[in-house]
Design a protein around this ligand. Structure first.
Ligand code: CA
Length: 234
């Protein structure tokens, strides 16, 4: 079954981290390609076309953002960014440049594996989902009807305002992907993020979560990453 394994390109210059992550991914059944620099990663990406990239932003030859932009020029290969805790702004700009998700160092193996599964699954189905005519989006008991602009949970219609619907639809089209405040604001209102627009987004999101019956600590449909953005839990 070797040929059916997902190929993951791991770009990380810290050998102790890359050994650990590679061992964990291989034990889970993934094939791992290792690169310790941006230039090595570019070559491996072009020759092996991996299914997923795990990318450390701090690399010896170039910024990891360079590789992110290189890949995104003509590929939707999912990218999970590894970042240190202090690099909040880097996380946001990586997400806005097309990264699917991020994991903060130090991270647990369960957390990283969950993000890997979500990113791979999301990519596999992304061509069937999104705003298709007559298209529907289904996530557990949540259902969106894009044509009728209706949202249901357990078959019951959830009454949303136009703005609330637009936010939910945008998150569903990017299910599994962490969407930054500014990317949501741009999609829903067309402007750029400022204190006022972030506040407006947060108010709408609080209403959506209340209407969805979200409870703290439960497996809710929309996850909030404070200071970063929101993710529909794909
Ligand atoms: Ca590094």
């Amino acid at each position: 079954m070797t040929n059916n394994k997902y190929k993951i390109l791991l770009v990380e210059d810290e050998v102790n981290i890359s050994n650990l992550v590679a061992a964990m991914l291989e034990a889970t059944g993934y094939q791992v390609l290792l690169a310790e620099s941006c230039s090595a990663a570019k070559l491996l990406f072009a020759s092996h076309l991996p299914d997923l990239i795990i990318l450390d932003l701090g690399l010896p030859d170039m910024d990891g953002m360079e590789l992110l932009r290189f890949v995104r020029k003509d590929s939707l290969t999912p990218i999970i960014v590894l970042s240190a805790r202090a690099e909040e702004n880097d996380k946001v700009s990586a997400l806005d440049s097309g990264a699917n998700d991020y994991v903060t160092k130090p991270f647990g193996s369960a957390e990283l594996l969950a993000r890997v599964r979500t990113a791979l699954r999301n990519n596999r189905f992304s061509s069937d989902e999104g705003r298709l005519p007559g298209g529907r989006f289904i996530l557990r008991e949540l259902e969106l009807d894009y044509d009728a602009r209706q949202v249901f949970i357990k078959g019951q219609e959830i009454r949303l305002t136009q703005t609330e619907y637009n936010i939910v639809a945008f998150l569903s089209e990017n299910s599994g992907k962490m969407m930054t405040y500014s990317s949501i604001i741009k999609a829903v209102w067309g402007g750029s993020a400022c204190e006022g627009s972030i506040k407006k987004l947060q108010v709408n999101m609080a209403n959506i979560r209340r209407k969805f019956g979200a409870k703290p600590g439960e497996n809710n449909y929309i996850i909030n990453e404070l200071g970063v953005g929101y993710r529909m839990n794909g």
